[in-house]
Structures are given as structure tokens and as C-alpha cells.
Ligand binder design. Structure first.
Ligand SMILES: N[C@@H](CCC(=O)N[C@@H](CS)C(=O)NCC(=O)O)C(=O)O
Length: 230
């Protein structure tokens, strides 16, 4: 049994961030999958928000994917995935915050929206977010293929799962990454080649089925409830 355990559900994009960090850092871990439609009591006792991922390590319980990844970064520092320079580190944190506070909620909100006018307005906001990521993020921060340059970082891991789910938005909402986002498209393609990404990714048909509850706005889960008001 490994020292590190990740509690997840089958295709959770937030848990995918954590799994990728563990794989990239070469940390052995056990994966415990739970059914979010029937959350076990032991899980609710350790997860105040009732959400996955949750990390257990040496008796500590840590939740929230961004916090878990920062914890892994501090504890397993042999393979760093954040810049050492304080300014670069701050820039990385700004984009991790952008992913969590701006980009990701828009992906859910567009999925959950049922009215054409609301969908059009959200599609426009999501397009603006992607253009900012292209021009202010990938296009400005590094000279390599990854977010911060020529090596993968926690920023890449934070964006990747919901960038993959834009294909689900294409399926349900006919949403497309803008043509001018050439760097983002190349980045997505390149990330797909990494073993950490391939291992944690589900086939598009699986994601489409899994996100039907959002597309039809029938989800009774806490993620949908939070995203409706985000
Ligand atoms: N902010 C959280 C979000 C985690 C989250 O929303 N996880 C979903 C699964 S992908 C969940 O557990 N939802 C519980 C529910 O919908 O009831 C993080 O970054 O870890």
C-alpha cells in the first residue's frame, strides 16, 4: 500500500489534475474511486465539501485540487513543478487562479445554460477567456510549448482537464476554440502525448455521457449547484 491515497470519482477533472501531478512527480499512490451519487459516510466525514479529490498522506487529509497540488509540490520537491523565482511563481499562481476562478466556471456555466441567449453570452465570455489565455498567457509567459516555457508546470496541469472538456462543449453547444488560438491548440495536442495525461483521460464518448447531467441541467450534485451561482 502506498503512503499517498487519492480519493476520486471515475472521470473527475479536478482529481485528474492531482493524478497528473502525482504521475509527473513519480509518486506512487493508491486510487480509491467513490460513487458521487451515493457518497459513503466515511468520505463525508473527511470531505467537508463532499467533493473529490481528497488526498490522504501520513494521516493528513487535504482537499481542493489546487491546494493538494501545492502540498505535493512542497512535500515532494525533488521534481519541482513551480518556478523558483518569486515573480515567475506569482505569475504561475495568477494563471492557476485564472483557471479556477474564471475559465473553469465558464465551462460549467455554458454547459448548464439552457436558454439560447444565455448560451450565446456565456460562449462569448468563454471565447474571451480563451483569447486571454492565448495572448496574455501562453503567448507571453514562455518561449516554449508549455505555459511557463519549455517544461511542464502546475499551470499546465490545472488547465488541462477542462481544456479537454471543451470537446464536450463542442458536442452539446457547438462551441469551438477560436481559430486564432493556435498556441492553445498546439499545447492541447502536445499535452495529450504525455503519459500523465493519457493515463488520466477518458474517451470523448465517456465524457459526453458523464456530462449529460450538466448539459441537461439535471445534476443534483454540489458542483452543479456551486457553478450555477458562480
Ligand atoms: N474546487 C474543487 C472542485 C472539486 C469538484 O467539484 N469535484 C466534483 C467531481 S469532478 C465533486 O466531487 N462533486 C461533488 C458533487 O457534485 O456532489 C477542487 O478543485 O478540488
Amino acid at each position: 500500500m502506498a503512503d499517498v491515497e487519492i480519493i476520486s470519482s471515475s472521470t473527475c477533472p479536478f482529481a485528474q489534475r492531482t493524478r497528473m501531478a502525482l504521475i509527473e512527480k513519480g509518486i506512487e499512490f493508491d486510487l480509491t474511486a467513490i460513487d458521487l451519487n451515493d457518497k459513503p459516510d466515511w468520505f463525508l466525514e473527511i470531505s467537508p465539501y463532499g467533493k473529490v479529490p481528497v488526498l490522504r498522506h501520513n494521516g493528513a487529509v487535504i482537499f481542493e485540487s489546487a491546494v493538494i497540488n501545492e502540498y505535493l509540490e512542497e512535500v515532494f520537491s525533488d521534481r519541482p513543478m513551480m518556478p523558483r523565482d518569486p515573480v515567475r511563481r506569482a505569475q504561475a499562481r495568477i494563471w492557476i487562479d485564472f483557471a479556477n476562478v474564471r475559465f473553469t466556471p465558464l465551462v460549467y456555466k455554458l454547459m448548464l445554460a439552457q436558454e439560447p441567449d444565455a448560451q450565446a453570452a456565456l460562449a462569448e465570455r468563454l471565447t474571451d477567456a480563451l483569447l486571454a489565455m492565448e495572448h496574455q498567457g501562453l503567448g507571453k509567459l514562455g518561449d516554449g510549448s508549455y505555459w511557463l516555457g519549455d517544461d511542464i508546470s502546475l499551470v499546465d496541469l490545472t488547465f488541462l482537464p477542462h481544456m479537454q472538456r471543451l470537446a464536450v462543449l463542442t458536442h452539446y453547444r457547438d462551441f469551438h476554440i477560436p481559430d486564432e488560438c493556435t498556441l492553445l491548440k498546439a499545447w492541447l495536442q502536445m499535452m495529450g502525448q504525455r503519459p500523465s495525461v493519457a493515463e488520466g483521460s477518458a474517451a470523448l464518448e465517456v465524457l459526453v455521457e458523464n456530462w449529460r447531467k450538466y448539459a441537461e441541467n439535471t445534476s443534483t450534485g454540489t458542483t452543479a449547484a456551486d457553478m450555477r451561482t458562480a
